[in-house]
Each structure stands twice: as structure tokens, then as C-alpha cells.
Design a protein around this ligand. Structure first.
Ligand SMILES: Cc1cc2nc3c(=O)[nH]c(=O)nc-3n(C[C@H](O)[C@H](O)[C@H](O)COP(=O)(O)O)c2cc1C
Ligand code: SF4
Length: 412
């Protein structure tokens, strides 16, 4: 398509996702910016970071990694505690702020490992891939508790005033692990031997969540089209799984890759030398087989978004880094000057900060990102002459995987 002539009519058109109507088809995919107080409360930094993103015109912002686990240990720091009542008051303020910008807000729900340590420490079984929570070692009582935890957090999310829930089943998170034959070694009705058994946990979880929230919020599910490790379900099996969860969800997010395998990190956060839109063909194949709308993530550009939606390959798109590098992506397209958008250079400095340094998010090309509160009330500064010397994308943070270092304890 000719970039000059593109009017983004498809991407800028509204879409209904369950009970929520999105003003366009670009959503900010779940990101945890590593803001929150140490004990998991909303802070000013989170609020202003959210404002910075939503003022650029995206239809929805998804806040990453709301922990659902009851009795979180104190070492789980700087992650929103959707398991605690105190979150309701603060999250309501965040939801109100987002709504002021005619944007919708979603919260991602996930269960974190309660024991900490790095992935290698969690690997109970030699060369077996380690994951956030391995279903093999869960008692049925624990399975029941996790489902209850998700349902209670969902009910709390309704009172927080959010519009949607994103259940994280991609990147090696718990629901997805039940599907993987190498990870899930159970031999009971939650085993990975049949799709019916492998889907059981997720179906029970989504049914419990739906029962709590009824149709007040949209339910979105994040899936890996491909785990990219031994034992991964095939695409046909993924589709069979989605058909089972379809009655409970309003939107499917398609991603790929696992956090626990370092060599797969670039498939989740593609560095500069990977293609844009790497998940679209899988998303399109899944979309053909199901009736709920599909969104796709993975370095998707706005031009690709327009093309995918026009061609019926996806119903909408999800972006993270593109919208952090320049939150004005949508407004620029709407006002006919997409060339004003500052592109993400896919250096992965942002995710190195949040997931590997466990520090607040920053961006190599957007100096304000994550520092909104620090720039407030700065007053006028005198103009200075500056020289920019060198600008390699991997810069000083580079690792063998496009800037990604070995994960320590978080796999969000
Ligand atoms: C700083 C940062 C934090 C992220 N946090 C989360 C998270 O909390 N939950 C999640 O599911 N994905 C998280 N992701 C992954 C994104 O949702 C997305 O899948 C990934 O960045 C690829 O999309 P993009 O190419 O548009 O950035 C994060 C990504 C980045 C860059
Ligand atoms: S830090 Fe790098 S990868 Fe992250 S949003 Fe900014 S430019 Fe993109």
C-alpha cells in the first residue's frame, strides 16, 4: 500500500468488544511499567505514565500484570495487587483518568510464582523448561484456589471501574502451560493428553470469572500461537483450545514465545533485525476458525494494521513499544500527518529496565516516557546547542538477543 495515500479508514473505525465500544482499532497491549509502590499500590508515576499514553488517541490501554494471588509474599514488589481490597480505591482514580481521555482501560490478570528465584531455580526436572507456575506440581486444591483468586480479582476489577480484563495465557503463563505437553506432565483430567483435559483449567477459570462479572466487562485472552519449545501445541490444537474458550471471551490476543527460554525473548519483543508483524499469519489462521474478534501483537506498524484489518486478517491490533516511543501514533494518523510519529527503534531498553533490572520504564527515543512526574513543573529551560554522537540501536544495553539480558525473577 502507498504510505502517502493511506487514510487509515479501517484502523480508525470503531469496534465493539463485548460490552465496550472502542473508538478505533489500536489498543495499548498489556505493559507493566514497573510503577507502583513496593507493596503494589497505584502511585503518581503510574497515573502520569498512563496519561501520557492515552492522550495520544489509542482506543484502550491495558495495564500489565495485576497479580491475583492471595497472600503475596513481601518480595513481590512494585506489581499491582489485584488480590487486595485497597487496590479498588486507587485503580478507580486510574480508570477515571483514562475515561477522561475517551479511552478504555483493561487490567491484565496473572498468577505469579510465590517462591521467587530465577527460572533455573524453578526447574524441578532437569532440562524441563521452567515457567512462572508449572501445573505439574499443583494439587487439585491449589488449582481450585487459583481459579478462585482469578475470579475474586475479576470482581474487584469491576469495582475499579475498568472496562476489560486480559487473562494472560501467553509467554509461559499458567493457563497456557496446561496446553504444553512437555511442561504439563499431569496424568489426571488436567493433563495435556487431550485438548479437553488441557483446556479444563482455562475453561473453569474463565467460567468462574464470567460468573463473577457477568457481562459488565469484556474478557480478553492472551494466547501463544506457538510456544516455540518442545511440547508446544500445534496451531490446530491451539485453534481447538480457542474454540473451547470462545464462549467465555470477547477478544483473543495472539502472541508467541516464552520468557523462560532466553533464545525466545526476541519473539516476544522483536529487536530491530526481526520482521514487523511476525504473528499476523497465525492470527489470520485462527481468526478464520472462530467468531470472536482477534487482535495481534508484535512490532505491528500502523500501516500494517490498516492492511491487516482491510484484508480481514485481524479485527484490530495491539501495540506496546510503538506507543511508548510515541504515544501520538493514532492522533497523528487521524490528523493526516503519520510521518510526525517518532518510530520505536526496537532496542528493548524499555523491557530491559522493567523485566531485567526491575527498574521503572524508560525509552531511548522518548525522553519523557516514565519520567512524566519528574518533568512536571520544570518550568522553562534555556535552549541549548547539542550534538548527538552515535545512535546504535543496541547501544550500551545490547545483549545477544537484541538487548535482552537473562531474566531474573519476573516473567510478565
Ligand atoms: C516494557 C514492557 C513491559 C511489558 N509488560 C508486559 C506485561 O506486564 N504483560 C504482558 O502480557 N506483556 C508485557 N509486555 C509485552 C507486550 O505486551 C508485547 O507483547 C510486546 O512488547 C510486543 O509488542 P510490541 O512489539 O508492540 O512492543 C511488555 C513489553 C514491554 C516492552
Ligand atoms: S526503549 Fe527502545 S524498544 Fe522500547 S519503546 Fe523505546 S525505542 Fe522502542
Amino acid at each position: 500500500m502507498n504510505e502517502q495515500k493511506m487514510n487509515y479508514e479501517h484502523v480508525l473505525s470503531p469496534i465493539k468488544i463485548g460490552p465496550m465500544t472502542l473508538k478505533n482499532r489500536v489498543s495499548f497491549t498489556p505493559v507493566w511499567p514497573s510503577f507502583a509502590t513496593a507493596d503494589g499500590h497505584v502511585n503518581r508515576e503510574l497515573i502520569e505514565w498512563v496519561r501520557d499514553i492515552v492522550k495520544g488517541g489509542a482506543a484502550c490501554i491495558n495495564i500489565g500484570c495485576g497479580c491475583v494471588n492471595r497472600n503475596l509474599p513481601p518480595f513481590v514488589t512494585h506489581l499491582l495487587r489485584m488480590s487486595e481490597e485497597s487496590v479498588v480505591n486507587e485503580m478507580t482514580i486510574l480508570s477515571d483518568l483514562v475515561h477522561m481521555y475517551q479511552c478504555k482501560i483493561g487490567i491484565e490478570l496473572f498468577a505469579i510464582n510465590m517462591y521467587g528465584g530465577n527460572f533455573a531455580d524453578r526447574d524441578h526436572n532437569g532440562d524441563k523448561p521452567a515457567v512462572e507456575l508449572d501445573p505439574t506440581y499443583m494439587t487439585k486444591e491449589q488449582i481450585k484456589e487459583y481459579i478462585e483468586d482469578f475470579a475474586l480479582a475479576a470482581e474487584r476489577a469491576v469495582r475499579c471501574g475498568v472496562d476489560s480484563l486480559v487473562i494472560h495465557g501467553a509467554h509461559g503463563q499458567l493457563p497456557g502451560c496446561f496446553l504444553n505437553k512437555r511442561i504439563n506432565e499431569r496424568t489426571d483430567e488436567y493433563g495435556a493428553d487431550t485438548i479437553e483435559n488441557a483446556s479444563r483449567f482455562t475453561v473453569e477459570l474463565l467460567a468462574a470469572v464470567r460468573e463473577k462479572i457477568k457481562d459488565r466487562l469484556a474478557i480478553e485472552y492472551r494466547i501463544n500461537a506457538n510456544d516455540m519449545i518442545e511440547g508446544s501445541p500445534s496451531l490446530d490444537e491451539v485453534i481447538a483450545f480457542v474454540k473451547r474458550i470462545e464462549p467465555y471471551i470477547d477478544l483473543l490476543h495472539v502472541s508467541r514465545g516464552m520468557h523462560s527460554e532466553q533464545k525466545l525473548a526476541p519473539y516476544m519483543n522483536q529487536p530491530i533485525y526481526y520482521d514487523h508483524g511476525i504473528n499476523i499469519e497465525d492470527a489470520a489462521k485462527i481468526r478464520k476458525e472462530i467468531s470472536v474478534p482477534v487482535t495481534v501483537v508484535g512490532s505491528v506498524t500502523l500501516e500494517q494494521a490498516e492492511q491487516y484489518i482491510a484484508e480481514g486478517k485481524a479485527d484490530m491490533v495491539s501495540m506496546a513499544r510503538g506507543l511508548m516511543a510515541d504515544p501520538m501514533v493514532v492522533k497523528n494518523a487521524k490528523s493526516g500527518c503519520p510521518e510526525n510519529t517518532r518510530p520505536c527503534v526496537r532496542c528493548n531498553y524499555c523491557i530491559n529496565r522493567t523485566h531485567y533490572d526491575l527498574a521503572p520504564v524508560r525509552c531511548s527515543v522518548n525522553a519523557e516516557l516514565g519520567m512524566e512526574t519528574l518533568y512536571m513543573n520544570l518550568g522553562n529551560t534555556l535552549p541549548k546547542r547539542i550534538a548527538v554522537i552515535g545512535g546504535g540501536a543496541c547501544g550500551n544495553r545490547g545483549g545477544e538477543n537484541g538487548g535482552a539480558k537473562r531474566a531474573y525473577s519476573r516473567s510478565l
